[in-house]
Design a protein around this ligand. Structure first.
Ligand SMILES: CC[C@@H](C(=O)O)C(=O)SCCNC(=O)CCNC(=O)[C@H](O)C(C)(C)COP(=O)(O)OP(=O)(O)OC[C@H]1O[C@@H](n2cnc3c(N)ncnc32)[C@H](O)[C@@H]1OP(=O)(O)O
Ligand SMILES: [Co+2]
Length: 135
């Protein structure tokens, strides 16, 4: 596993992109909406080989990020780890007692398959595992 991205929940994507651009000195390289997650994402690189930053903004007025913002406001939302075989990793984690939030991988952004673990079984940090889809 390697840290692939840090998910940051934001209310206003354009405003947050401008803030990160001032901070990092580089802009977002991609926006992508993932309807199944009711989010629009915006990606930033954060240095050679470093994990990316993934801004996640609610798309519509429902969904997990909107609920998170209503409850906690903007901030670090999840950590995403890249794995070689997401199905095998899901099975390993399930057998090790982690609570998976889904039975099968689902479509993520940035050409990935993703699966989330419940934060109550990961020490209070929402964890996503992801695998690059074959191009
Ligand atoms: C773009 C696609 C993808 C990618 O390709 O990278 C993404 O990153 S999409 C990102 C958005 N999608 C998700 O977050 C999906 C997974 N999340 C969920 O299914 C839910 O958010 C949840 C984790 C199951 C929580 O939902 P729910 O139970 O309805 O909300 P509650 O507010 O009641 O939370 C229960 C409990 O969990 C704590 N919590 C919630 N969110 C987080 C979080 N991000 N980090 C840590 N803890 C979180 C919440 O505080 C509650 O705890 P207690 O208050 O102690 O009860
Ligand atoms: Co993510």
């Amino acid at each position: 596993m390697r840290l692939e991205h840090i998910g940051i929940a934001v209310a206003d994507l354009t405003q947050s992109e401008a803030l990160l651009q001032r901070l990092l000195g580089r802009g977002s390289y991609k926006r992508e909406t993932v309807a199944e997650q009711s989010v629009t994402t915006s990606f930033f690189t954060a240095g050679d080989g470093a994990a990316k930053l993934e801004l996640v903004a609610p798309e519509g007025h429902a969904g997990p990020v909107q609920k998170y913002l209503d409850k906690r406001g903007p901030g670090i939302h999840h950590l995403a780890f890249e794995v070689d075989d997401i199905v095998a990793e899901m099975q390993r984690l399930r057998e090790d007692g982690f609570e998976l939030l889904q039975d099968q991988p689902s479509e993520g952004a940035d050409n990935k398959l993703v699966c989330f673990l419940h934060p109550k079984s990961t020490g209070g940090v929402l964890v996503e595992i992801c695998q690059s889809r074959p191009t």
